[in-house]
Design a protein around this ligand. Structure first.
Ligand code: MF3
Ligand code: CO
Length: 259
């Protein structure tokens, strides 16, 4: 069942989203060669708790940390570790979620650490563009397939692989609610998008092919061909008319180029 949020509930999700944006901005500043992913995780948890919020990932189905930190061919769900140091030239995807006053926010980005190849920089840029093309379609009267189709078309036009095994999702009181939001699909197909829906849209794109597998740690997802990956996610709220409000990006205004 897809839950529709009323204006009071949306205000709470906005507060959660704005706090998460602040956390992710400060994490981005903390990313530099030599830092461990465990240190980034500790910093995130400290910031979240300092604002009276709860790290939503921690203990979620037994997940042991407050962020996911996924490097290079790791697509998502990389577990922070004292033994994993961020290295110059790598792609590092940070995914984080929190609960404020009972309402969830979820957002992710991929950072290019130090001197990163043009090929990988392009992957990060196109993944973000794919998000914007998909999110733009989250409008009253459109269908879920319009989102996936927009993401897929843009990513595949660059020859990239769109990860199929993982999807975006509805979000609200719970991190994962209906509907599931694939990053591929057919325009005009699927559930009708309505105002008050709150969605976590999150393209995961590989430089190579889209097939993935899980590591023996029970969490980390890596590409089968070990090509590097990028991830970009925001929590958005569908409005009465036009493109959605990006709850995890305060002050965002839609520009022509993002359509
Ligand atoms: N942020 C992820 C998502 O977008 C969920 C992380 S899984 C967890 O769905 F177990 F780490 F929380
Ligand atoms: Co998510």
């Amino acid at each position: 069942m897809i839950s529709i949020k009323n204006p009071d509930q949306l205000a709470k999700m906005r507060s959660a989203g704005h706090l998460l944006h602040d956390v992710l901005c400060r994490l981005r500043e903390a990313i530099q060669p030599g830092v461990t992913t465990k240190a980034l995780d500790a910093y995130a948890e400290e910031m979240i708790r300092a604002h009276g919020a709860i790290p939503s990932f921690l203990n979620y189905h037994g997940y042991p940390a407050s962020i996911c930190a996924s490097i290079e061919d790791e697509v998502v769900h990389g577990i922070p570790s004292d033994h994993v140091t961020v290295e110059n030239g790598a792609l590092l995807s940070i995914d984080c979620g929190l609960i404020l006053d009972g309402w969830q926010a979820d957002s992710a980005f991929t950072a290019a650490v130090g001197n990163v190849s043009e090929e990988k920089r392009q992957l990060v840029a196109v993944t973000e563009e794919s998000f914007w093309k998909g999110a733009f379609m989250a409008q009253n009267g459109n269908r879920l397939g319009d989102i996936g189709h927009a993401v897929q078309s843009h990513a595949e036009a660059h020859g990239y692989g769109v990860i199929r095994d993982l999807t975006g999702h509805g979000i609200g009181r719970n991190m994962h609610e209906d509907p599931s939001i694939p990053n591929y699909g057919e325009a005009g197909r699927g559930v009708r998008i309505r105002p008050g829906m709150t969605l976590a849209i999150e393209p995961m794109i590989a430089l190579g092919r889209w097939q993935v597998h899980q590591l023996a740690d029970g969490w980390t997802i890596v590409t089968n061909d070990h090509s590097p990956c990028a991830h970009y996610e925001h929590t958005v709220a569908v409005v009465n008319a036009g493109p959605p409000e990006i709850l995890t990006l305060p002050g965002h205004v839609w520009k022509e180029a993002e359509a």
